[in-house]
Write a protein that binds this ligand. Structure first.
Ligand code: MAN
Length: 510
């Protein structure tokens, strides 16, 4: 195949081309690399691997492993093609796109050999370049305007910071005063309570006495019940419970199969043949009570669907209880001192103690309220609001965005939530954590949100960019329960190379 040199002479009036007049370079090579290709010398592959005659450059055969001999053809799979795109931005594309029938470069230079060495592409660089420059100009103007607002934010943040510091020192003074009131009311309360305790002592003794009496009554009632149960079982009235008497007493038939088995008998008799009253009182009664209780519960839960065995001793025991047990029913409340029984003086002392307690609680509440405010202000002062505190005024401000399924709510430096339009409760997508990534102060991380079903806690990245009015402009969920939001705000209107803060710049100028 005949080796052909292909040179491109770029003659145009654009900024790039004025520099390039008379520069000779192989196709697909940028101006700044043209000096590496000298036509009357052999060509050294740029990786230093081979030296080849210059005629091998762009001969559509790949000689250099680094593809440097074929910058203008698609011969090397790893090569790249540079389009000058005069009037717009130059571009470097993979060399596989050269002469593939698709116009990748706006100047059409990548399709030089598609149709008889004439590019099928229309040069759109001027038009695209103009649009790109207009867009760049628009963005630049927005950054300048936004930056002015940003400066105002910074000033406001400074004022707010000073205000917060002032507020903290005011609150510190209030805290001292509140603490002394709290201590005073505490002393008054303790004294009043001491007095209250001493005057209530006699009522407490009475209540104690009443409780003891009621316990005594309960004991007597229990013994009577035991005594009656014993005589119910002891049908031959010889004061001894014998095996045949157990067999005839249905409560011992625990599985209700119509007979009292050996095991059921042994549960009560513990393998003994008989039981006298003393033994019954000591051990037997408590075991019988257990059976009665179970029987009772079963009867209740089956709602009388199981017919009770004929003799119904349990009911008899209940019915045969003729002690007046009104007092016993009130046993639980007997511990409490009955206020209505206080004499007038005691009543006054109790009321005074109540007032003293309320005053102390009020003073304590005020004190803790001040402490909480101080700590809240300290928290806010220690938050990172950007290099110049430019985001400080946004703390707590909320912005919503609605898509077809959810309403998202971003409350800056606080939390993010998601509400389904089909109802249901709000889901927390994260709580403010920190700034992340580079450049700094462009991405916020909100994490520790509500746990995903069978997954991690929800978290959100909020990407900030320049806009003249703060707004949440997008919300998506690229991975399940991992959300990404875009938020525009004037505080982000700063050139990336303007990395130094205004305060730092101030120092430099000094
Ligand atoms: C909710 C929403 C979704 C999320 C699922 C995960 O429906 O929070 O964003 O993907 O829960 O189960």
């Amino acid at each position: 195949m005949e080796k052909v040199f292909i040179f491109i002479f770029i003659i145009s009036y654009s900024f790039y081309e004025i520099q390039s007049v008379n520069v000779v370079r192989p196709r697909g090579i940028a101006f700044e690399r043209a000096s590496l290709y000298i036509p009357d010398k052999d060509f050294a592959c740029l990786d230093g691997s081979f030296v080849i005659p210059f005629s091998f450059v762009n001969d559509d055969y790949c000689d250099c492993p680094d593809a440097s001999d074929e910058p203008g053809t698609s011969a090397c799979p790893n090569g790249t093609f540079h389009c000058t795109n005069a009037g717009h931005r130059s571009l470097t594309i993979p060399s596989s796109r050269v002469n593939d029938g698709i116009c990748d470069c706006c100047d059409g230079s990548d399709e030089w050999g598609t149709t008889k060495n004439i590019s099928p592409c229309i040069n759109t660089c001027e038009e695209l370049g103009r649009a790109a420059r207009e867009e760049a100009e628009r963005v630049q103007q927005m950054i300048v305007a936004g930056n002015e607002i940003r400066e105002q934010f910074i000033l406001k943040a400074k004022e707010q910071k000073t205000e917060k510091q002032k507020r903290i020192s005011e609150l510190m003074n209030q805290k001292i005063e509140a603490e002394s009131i709290k201590n005073e009311t505490m002393v008054v309360k303790e004294k009043a309570e001491e007095l209250e305790k001493s005057v209530l002592e006699k009522y407490r003794i009475i209540a104690d006495e009443k409780r003891k009496q009621q316990e005594e009554l309960q004991k007597v009632k229990d013994q009577n019940e035991a005594y009656e149960a014993f005589h119910d079982i002891d049908t031959n009235k010889n004061n001894i419970i014998e095996e045949n008497e157990i067999e005839g007493y249905s409560t011992f038939d625990q599985n209700k199969d119509g007979m009292v088995s050996e095991d059921e008998k042994d549960y009560f008799m513990e393998t003994k043949k008989e039981m006298n009253l003393d033994e019954f009182m000591l051990n037997g009664w408590s075991r019988l009570k257990q059976l009665l209780l179970t029987e009772n519960v079963e009867t209740e839960t089956t709602e009388d669907t199981i017919e009770k065995d004929g003799d119904g001793q349990f009911e008899e025991i209940e019915q045969s209880d003729d002690h007046p047990d009104d007092d016993i029913e009130h046993l639980d409340s007997a511990d409490a001192v009955d206020e209505s029984q206080y004499d007038e003086e005691t009543q006054l002392i109790v009321e005074e103690a109540k007032r003293a307690r309320e005053s102390f609680e009020e003073a304590d509440r005020k004190f803790r309220d001040i402490e909480r405010k101080i700590s809240h202000l300290h928290d806010s002062l220690s938050k990172d609001y950007g290099i110049d505190d430019e985001y400080a005024t946004l703390d707590g401000e909320c912005y919503e965005l609605s898509d077809h399924e959810y309403v998202y709510k971003l409350c800056l430096f606080d939390q993010i939530t998601q509400r389904s339009k089909n109802g249901g409760s709000e889901i927390r997508l994260g709580t403010w954590n920190s700034w992340i990534g580079e450049p700094k102060y462009r991405t916020m991380l909100y994490d520790r949100g509500q746990s995903c079903w069978n997954g991690p806690p929800r978290s959100t990245h909020v990407r900030l960019s320049c806009g003249l009015e703060a707004a949440l402009i997008s919300a998506s969920e690229p991975n399940r329960c991992e959300y990404v939001m875009d938020f525009i705000v004037p505080a982000a209107c700063v050139q990336f190379n303007e990395k130094t803060s205004t305060s730092e710049r101030g120092h430099d100028e000094l």
